[in-house]
Design a protein around this ligand. Structure first.
Ligand code: C2E
Ligand code: CA
Ligand code: CA
Ligand code: CA
Length: 278
């Protein structure tokens, strides 16, 4: 297909140029997305292993692009972060999550909701105040909202993280560390952060049924969390075998395609209602 080395070089340069302009045009479109109401949230239920109940959901952001259809967060969250747009979009997510909580409440469904807070959003002064405004506006309890920050966000400046977490905790928000195990955590900080939940990264869950090493890690994490009074959540649970192992390893809650996919509000409400009855 490629006759000369020269043509091959051309080919790769073209691909790179295409990628760049592709990202650029996506970023331009992202600037208009909030105003055009192209963002929406889907919700993935989490199951308590002790009793099978679904008591929480995680809100996950989606973008309905006018030409491309629904774009996945893996593609656009990095662009939102680079451009700083994540501050406004993250603020919209928090407000929308509270609105949804309040709406489900009028339908008789009370759940906890986790939202993802990006690094830039977390470092933004005034985050606590904005979140407090959102819960007050919709009349939901701050305890119903769990803020997930990734391990790498938390550890990039642990002393600043500590202060922000205390500020949020004082207002009543629940706090979770997301993607745990992928970065470098200092146990000293894990002990000092006022956390409620630790989410064990999917990379440990994938092979939990096959790899003893992974089970050893999960086992030590659940033991540590029990000692600290933290709830553990396993993400990305796809098979019954994984769920059985996680149960035996004393993980508290599971989240993953085995239990439920992320769903739009009405489908999630129907799911939660059905589970509450059975
Ligand atoms: P995350 O916070 O770790 O969210 C979990 C991701 O795993 C979601 O991907 C979810 O759809 C997916 N997932 C759930 N169960 C399974 C499973 O059983 N198997 C597999 N393979 N995947 C599963 P999603 O929705 O594509 O989101 C990707 C990431 O984008 C999130 O990872 C989070 O880091 C980020 N994100 C999503 N929504 C937001 C948001 O509102 N704000 C911010 N800052 N980041 C967000
Ligand atoms: Ca998350
Ligand atoms: Ca995660
Ligand atoms: Ca158990």
């Amino acid at each position: 297909r490629y006759h000369t080395a020269n043509q091959r070089v051309m080919f790769y340069q073209d691909v790179e140029a295409f990628d760049d302009s592709n990202a650029l045009s996506l970023e331009n479109d992202l600037r208009k997305a909030l105003g055009n109401q192209e963002f929406f949230l889907v919700y993935q239920p989490q199951q308590q292993l002790s009793n099978g109940q679904f008591i929480g959901v995680e809100a996950l952001l989606r973008w309905r692009h006018p030409m491309r259809g629904v774009v996945s967060p893996g593609e656009f969250i990095p662009l939102l972060e680079e451009s700083g747009l994540i501050i406004d979009v993250g603020d919209w997510v928090a407000g929308e999550a509270c609105r949804q909580l309040a709406q489900w409440q009028t339908e008789g469904i009370e759940v906890a909701m986790a939202i993802n807070i990006s690094a830039r959003q977390f470092e933004q002064a005034g985050l606590a105040k904005r979140l407090a405004q959102h819960v007050a506006e919709y009349g939901v309890k701050p305890q119903q909202l769990e803020l997930e920050i990734t391990e790498s966000t938390a550890m990039s400046n642990p002393e600043a993280t500590l202060a922000t977490l205390y500020e949020l905790k004082k207002l009543g928000f629940k706090l979770a560390i997301d993607d745990f195990g992928t970065g470098h955590s200092s146990y000293e900080y894990l002990l000092r952060f006022p956390l409620d939940t630790l989410k064990i990264d999917r990379s440990f869950i994938i092979d939990v049924a096959e790899a003893r090493q992974n089970r050893a890690i999960v086992r030590s994490l659940t033991a540590l969390c029990q000692g600290l009074g933290l709830k553990t959540v396993a993400e990305g649970v796809e098979t019954q075998r994984q769920r059985d192992y996680l149960d035996a390893l004393d993980v508290d809650d599971v989240q993953g395609f085995l239990l439920a996919r992320p769903m739009e509000p009405q489908a999630c409400l129907t799911f939660l209602r059905k589970q509450a009855k059975s």
